[in-house]
Design a protein around this ligand. Structure first.
Ligand SMILES: *Cc1c(COP(=O)(O)O)cnc(C)c1O
Length: 402
């Protein structure tokens, strides 16, 4: 049996609802009271009321990228990764060859998924700091006409880099190849229109920039691609074509939907519209980013990325070199002050990440800056400057890129 200490009720000593720490994380994230309130009702998944919710969610998502009649939206149970796997398995024929553009953990995850799926893959790996460039993609595609699909991460959440999607999309589509975009952490806050970027399929999820709670992802794809996907998937539960066909026929999800999450998501979509849609959401996140970065730099912290690649989604900072700095203590000190930050996900240097997304505004960002200052003071950290090696490495990478 498990040890008795593990029987302590983890819900017993929580702060009251409304006083929990803000999540400065890339999802799950802090949601509004209205969104949480929407989950108080139970729904029958077969009922017309719930079917209406699903239809409205799909319609609003297609509208968000100007999908019109040519595109459709297929929600899929599970976290975002389930939807990425579903899309890769469904839209890439079994005998096709794929180019995966990688500059962090999520690109690597797509590569790993394609390995599981047994697809033939070519990878362009740019490490942690740099975006794949359109010219590199063009060169690879010109050199190998058997590559039919290109997979790209829009905002690589592991570093916070916003990849140059438009230039890459042009390189891919001009060459008659198909583009699959993981826009998980950007869709809803960074503009993405099929008029500009006619992707084959795009994947995102409920708990990122639209500020819903976790439980499902969604795929927006060309209807022609959804038709053509029939028979490609190795998996029944992840078959996007089947989910789409059944949903269009019956209005229902094939298997139990996360009903409360779907309803909360519609409530989140309505708030997104009230805020001014994608432009309004971008403006708030961008304001959050500016307050965060200027405040952190004033304290002596350095960002991993050069300004031109920093997304309004999440920013990576180097850990200070000061021997008194210890990440776990820093994390706890900040949490005690009411904010949760995120550990780094880099392969080479120590770092941490601070998100700008979720139901957060300028006051929250100023609060987290004060919490960081308090945490450094409590630990006796006198300089927030990173180790020289970190800066040298950043410099070197940028020179290679130039
Ligand atoms: C969050 C995220 C995912 C999916 O992650 P899950 O933990 O499965 O929800 C995929 N790609 C990117 C770029 C992400 O930010």
């Amino acid at each position: 049996m498990s040890n008795p200490a593990s029987h302590k009720n983890p819900l017993a000593d929580l702060k009251p609802v409304g006083e929990e720490p803000y999540l400065l994380t890339p999802g799950p994230l802090t949601t509004s009271a209205r969104t949480k309130q929407a989950m108080l009702r139970d729904w029958g998944s077969w009922d017309d009321d719930f079917k209406g919710v699903t239809a409205e969610v799909r319609r609003r998502l297609v509208d968000m990228c100007d999908g019109g009649d040519a595109y459709d939206c297929v929600p899929m149970q599970g976290s975002g990764t389930f939807s990425v796997e579903a899309a890769l398995a469904s839209f890439i024929p079994r005998d096709a060859k794929v180019l995966v553009l990688m500059n962090g953990a999520y690109g690597q995850r797509s590569l790993k998924t394609l390995d599981y799926l047994g697809r033939e893959v070519v990878a362009l790996d740019k490490g942690d700091y740099l975006p794949p460039m359109p010219s590199e993609v063009a060169e690879i595609l010109d050199g190998d006409v058997s590559i039919s699909h290109v997979v790209i991460v829009h905002c690589e959440t592991s570093s916070g880099i916003l990849n140059p999607l438009k230039g890459i999309a042009d390189a891919v589509i001009d060459r008659g190849r198909k583009l699959i975009v993981d826009s998980m952490s950007a869709f809803g806050a960074v503009p993405l229109s099929v008029k500009d970027i006619p992707f084959e399929a795009m994947v995102s999820s409920a708990n990122k920039c639209i500020e819903g709670v976790p439980g499902f992802g969604f795929i927006i794809a060309k209807k022609t691609a959804l038709e053509a996907a029939k028979g490609n998937s190795h998996s029944l539960s992840l078959d996007v074509h089947d989910q789409w066909a059944v949903m269009n026929k019956t209005g229902q999800w094939r298997f139990t939907p996360p009903t409360h999450t779907v309803v909360a998501f519609l409530e989140a979509l309505i708030q997104h519209e009230e805020e001014g849609g994608v432009a309004g959401r971008f403006a708030r996140y961008d304001g959050n980013r500016q307050i965060l970065i200027s405040g952190m730099r004033e304290m002596g912290f350095e960002t991993l990325l050069e300004d031109r690649w920093i997304s309004p989604i999440i920013t990576t900072f180097f850990c200070p070199a000061d021997p008194n700095f210890e990440f776990l203590r820093f994390y706890e000190e900040i949490k005690d002050r009411g904010f949760v930050i995120y550990p780094g996900k880099l392969t080479v240097v120590d770092s941490f990440r601070v998100g700008c997304i979720g139901n957060l505004d300028a006051d929250v960002m100023r609060g987290v800056l004060a919490a960081m200052k308090g945490a450094c003071d409590a630990m006796g950290v006198t300089s927030c400057a990173p180790p020289v090696e970190a800066l040298e490495q950043r410099e070197l990478q940028n020179q290679c890129a130039a």
